[in-house]
Design a protein around this ligand. Structure first.
Ligand code: 5GP
Length: 200
C-alpha cells in the first residue's frame, strides 16, 4: 500500500498549526513537508524546520530547474513544495503539505490521488475574532487576510473534505483528519493489489 499525499489548507486563524501538532502526536504515520520560502523567518522559526528560508534568486533557480511540485507567490513572497523532500518522506510516511489554495489545486492537478482537506473555523465571525485576538497584525493586514480567506472560499467545492476546527477543538479536528485518512487508505483505487491477489 502506498503512502498518501495529504494537502491541508485553511485561512490564517483556522488553527492549522495547532491541529497538525495534535495530529503528529496522535499518530506516527504522518510527516510534515517543509516548504521553501523567500519570506523572512518570524521570531522562533528555524531554517529547515519551519521552512527552508531562501533568497529570491535561489527560489527562481529552483523553479527553473523544475525542483518544485508547486509554488505560488503569496503576499509578496514565494512559497513552494520541494519535490525531492516529498519523495523521500513518502517512502516512510503519509506526507502532509500545509499549503494555500492555489498550491492545493496545482497539487491535485499533478497528483489526482492526493487527498485535499480544507480546515475552517466555525464561521467568519470566529475567524475575525481569532485574527484580532492574536494582536500581532495591523488592522490593514487583518482586513487583507479576511478578504483573502473569503476569496479562497471560492475553491471550497474542490476540496475532498472539510474539517471545522471549533474553539478548543484542535484535538477533535486532528481526530477527524486521522479518520479521513484511515478511510482514504481503504479506497478501492488504492487497493488494487488486493484485487490482483484473486487473479494470481
Ligand atoms: P505563512 O507566511 O503564514 O507561514 O504562510 C502563508 C501561506 O502560505 C499559508 O497559507 C501557508 O499554508 C502557505 N504555504 C506555505 N508553504 C507553502 C508552499 O510550499 N506552497 C504553497 N502554495 N503555499 C504554501
Amino acid at each position: 500500500m502506498d503512502n498518501m499525499l495529504i494537502v491541508i489548507s485553511g485561512p490564517a486563524g483556522s488553527g492549522k498549526g495547532t491541529v497538525l501538532k495534535e495530529l503528529l502526536q496522535l499518530s506516527d504515520d504522518f510527516a510534515l513537508s517543509v516548504s521553501a520560502t523567500t519570506r523572512n523567518p518570524r521570531p522562533g522559526e528555524k531554517d529547515g524546520v519551519n521552512y527552508f528560508f531562501v533568497t529570491r534568486e535561489e527560489f527562481e533557480e529552483n523553479i527553473k530547474n523544475d525542483k518544485l511540485i508547486e509554488y505560488t507567490e503569496y503576499c509578496g513572497n514565494y512559497y513552494g513544495t520541494i519535490s525531492s523532500k516529498v519523495e523521500e518522506l513518502l517512502k516512510e510516511k503519509n506526507v502532509i503539505l500545509e499549503i494555500e489554495v492555489e498550491g492545493a489545486m496545482n497539487v491535485k492537478r499533478k497528483f489526482p490521488e492526493a487527498v485535499l482537506i480544507l480546515l475552517l473555523p466555525p464561521d467568519f465571525k470566529t475567524l475575525e475574532a481569532r485574527l484580532r485576538g492574536r494582536a500581532t497584525e495591523t488592522d490593514e493586514v487583518i482586513r487583507a487576510r479576511l478578504e483573502k480567506s473569503r476569496k479562497e472560499m471560492a475553491c471550497f467545492d474542490r476540496y475532498d473534505y472539510v474539517v471545522v476546527n471549533m474553539d478548543k477543538g484542535a484535538q477533535d479536528a486532528a481526530l477527524d483528519i486521522l479518520n479521513i485518512t484511515k478511510s482514504e487508505i481503504k479506497r478501492t483505487s488504492r487497493r488494487l493489489e488486493v484485487k490482483e491477489k484473486f487473479y494470481e
